[in-house]
Write a protein that binds this ligand. Sequence first.
Ligand SMILES: Cc1cc2nc3c(=O)[nH]c(=O)nc-3n(C[C@H](O)[C@H](O)[C@H](O)COP(=O)(O)O)c2cc1C
Length: 188
Amino acid sequence: MNVLGLIGSPREHGNTATLVNAILEGAAEKGAETKVYQLSKMDLKPCRGCMSCRSEGKCVIDDDMQELYKELLSADALVIGSPIYMWEVTTHTKTFIDRLIALTCWQPCAKPEFVSPLKGTTKIVLAYTYGSPNPNNFNQYFKYMEGLFSYLGFHVQGSIWASGTVNPDDISHQFEVLENAKEIGKKL
Ligand SMILES: Cc1cc2nc3c(=O)[nH]c(=O)nc-3n(C[C@H](O)[C@H](O)[C@H](O)COP(=O)(O)O)c2cc1C
């Protein structure tokens, strides 16, 4: 079992990193191989909309996303964590999500024989942190994101979030959230 963790916060040791790592820790306790990347440290260029992926069958941008495509396709599960910035995921996270277009082929598809490698078998857990103390602030957005990843061909396992996290270590006091995160990881 390979579990790939992606941290979409520019804060290396912030709340999102702690949340993602708690999930990975749970998975590792059950014997999974885990690997984690900090998206902000990678060379990830925005999608150009060139649609070359439709004719080439792959993304033509030569950057670190090529490594992430490989990791993703050999992963059994993906844990993607992002802080909420202005009511949505960070730029780093959104850039990664946009680049997933190269793994999809909805109509009209210039290469009809292309079969998406995402066939609903790769599990995904979505993890978020945000500053507002209201634990229900972004419920609708989190559901919407689950819908998106399900549409993209992932097997959505659920979402977890820590509200009221402002300073980088605020989440360390949220024992229940971290315990739940570990449990989610174990179940992967
Ligand atoms: C640019 C920016 C925008 C933010 N927007 C929101 C927001 O819309 N809603 C919210 O509740 N918190 C918002 N926050 C707070 C972060 O989501 C919160 O502090 C989060 O835990 C940071 O994660 P990190 O510690 O992993 O970096 C924002 C923070 C920044 C820096």
